[in-house]
Design a protein around this ligand. Structure first.
Ligand code: 4NP
Length: 158
């Protein structure tokens, strides 16, 4: 057994660009899954930009989540800060652009905490969660994120 596999992941941060569509959806889903599983994992989300700081999740994300039984209304957008690299064990980006921006701001040694959310779904052809802000497709985005969050939880707490 490797050392990595015995160190429990206790905190997960999901990151997208605006922290109003994809990463709040991931946060809400993972909060629900963690609660159902009865495990203790801190869950949060942030944006690489601060464009929507303090804002509620996008109403389309909130509506899709509500339709699936998840409540995102307690969440507010915030920008990723460098301290997040110390605070979280696992930091998962929604797309490669987010991932590269995180790599660029990561303190030395913290890069190993970074991953792409969809790498937890290796049999699924997409590697990036599509940005629904301009494109729509919130139902498809929700499906992808939910499947990936289940895989993440199975990996860290299974
Ligand atoms: P998110 O989506 O990164 O999934 O929250 C976006 C939200 C806002 C913008 C872009 C993407 N925007 O350009 O303001």
């Amino acid at each position: 057994m490797t050392q990595e596999s015995v160190v429990m992941t206790q905190s997960i941060l999901f990151v997208c660009l605006g922290n109003i569509c994809r990463s709040p959806t991931a946060e809400g889903i993972m909060r629900g899954l963690v609660q159902s599983a009865g495990v203790e994992i801190e869950v949060d989300s942030a944006g690489t930009s601060g464009w929507h700081n303090g804002a509620l999740p996008d109403r389309r994300s909130m509506a899709e989540a509500a339709r699936r039984g998840y409540d995102l209304s307690g969440q507010r957008s915030r920008q990723m800060v460098v301290q997040d690299f110390a605070r979280f064990d696992l930091i998962l980006a929604m797309d490669r652009s987010n991932f590269h921006n995180l790599q660029a701001m990561a303190p030395s040694g913290a890069g190993g905490k970074l991953g792409l959310l969809l790498d937890y779904l290796p049999d699924q052809p997409l590697r990036e969660v599509p940005d629904p802000y301009y494109e729509d497709g919130f139902d498809r985005v929700f499906d992808l994120i939910e499947a990936a969050c289940r895989a993440v939880l199975a990996d860290v707490a299974g």
